[in-house]
Design a protein around this ligand. Structure first.
Ligand SMILES: [Zn+2]
Length: 322
């Protein structure tokens, strides 16, 4: 499928974030009203939705931390500079660690291709390529719908994960990496993921457990491995585990501790970067103990009609405190 055909096929999946009715493009609409909800009873059929350089901004602003004025004023750009400077690349090299994300991405792709040879994938937080998620972007058989709260070359729709502007059963897979800690109500986002997936649809989520605040005002929640599994209790687990262990947690702690001593995150980062070699000890840590002190956890699962029961989650525990 060429890119125009892909774009048209994605447009057919778009829905009003509030009432989930179809939306339509407005020919010569007033500024800030590029699309409207087709249900005349929906308030958003009057207000409409803006577009920024052709990127639909399908957000129900009354029910989102995003503000219409702010997004339009900044033309949808991220409040944070996400481009990588030289120093950041050096820093990224030292902070890299063995992580199963790349092989998990391959497994995720294999699973969605069992459902459809040319699957459609929703990437929540897809404004930038996630760490080790490159395989998704290299595969020409995948149609990617990148959503984020800011505009980038990869953002297909500006959207809020609490109210996905997509039809039910629209996608074969959902990829959500380092996002659920930044949403106000993770349960609601996961319910939306469940809704937009086809019946056997596949989800991959990576979420921090032992990490300090890292996006200022937009950082709310953490999950243990068991808590993360429970969050996805309406899904059958294909695999679940940790992405980074206690060594990275310790380096982050040094960064924030030294940062707090000097009142400077920069000094904290420098101090921790000097100790980067500690991360090589990660390879020696025992799996179960690492799970109890992990930096982040992952879940690869399949949408299911069966729900995990409370007692199942006790049996699920993968740590070392028996
Ligand atoms: Zn509507």
């Amino acid at each position: 499928m060429n890119s125009v055909a892909k774009k048209l096929s994605v447009q057919a999946l778009l829905r009003c974030p509030r009432c989930k009715s179809r939306i339509e493009a407005v020919e010569e609409g007033a500024p800030g009203r590029a699309f409207v909800c087709k249900d005349p009873n929906c308030e958003l059929s009057q207000a409409g939705f803006p577009a920024l350089d052709g990127v639909p901004l399908l957000v129900d602003f009354d029910n989102s931390v995003l503000s219409r004025e702010e997004v339009q004023l900044t033309a949808g750009s991220s409040y944070k500079d996400r481009s990588m400077g030289f120093l950041q690349k050096v820093h990224g090299f030292f902070w890299r660690s063995d992580s199963p994300t790349a092989s998990n991405a391959d497994r995720f792709i294999a699973e969605v291709k069992r459902l459809d040879a040319r699957p459609t994938i929703l990437i929540i937080g897809g404004g930038a390529i996630g760490s080790d998620a490159d395989a998704l972007y290299r595969d020409p058989d995948l149609t990617l719908i990148g959503t984020d709260v800011y505009k980038s070359d990869l953002t297909v729709i500006i959207a809020d994960g609490h109210q996905l502007p997509l039809a039910s059963g629209a996608v074969h897979g959902v990829w959500i990496q380092a996002v659920l800690e930044h949403v106000l109500t993770p349960e609601q986002v996961v319910a939306e993921i469940y809704r937009v997936l086809v019946p056997d649809g596949v989800v991959y989520a990576e979420t921090p457990f032992m990490q300090q605040v890292h996006e200022g005002a937009y950082d709310f929640t953490r999950f243990t491995l068991s808590g993360h599994r429970w969050l996805f209790r309406h899904f059958e687990e294909i695999d679940g585990g940790i992405t980074r262990g206690p060594a990275i947690v310790m380096l982050w702690s040094i960064r924030y501790f030294v940062g707090s001593l000097f009142g400077s995150y920069k000094i904290g980062t420098m101090a921790a970067t000097g100790l980067f070699w500690l991360r090589y000890f990660e390879r020696l840590s025992k799996r179960a103990h690492a799970a109890d002190g992990a930096s982040a956890v992952y879940f690869l699962g399949r949408r299911s009609a069966r729900t995990l029961k409370p007692k199942d989650i006790i049996a699920y525990y993968k740590g070392a405190q028996q």
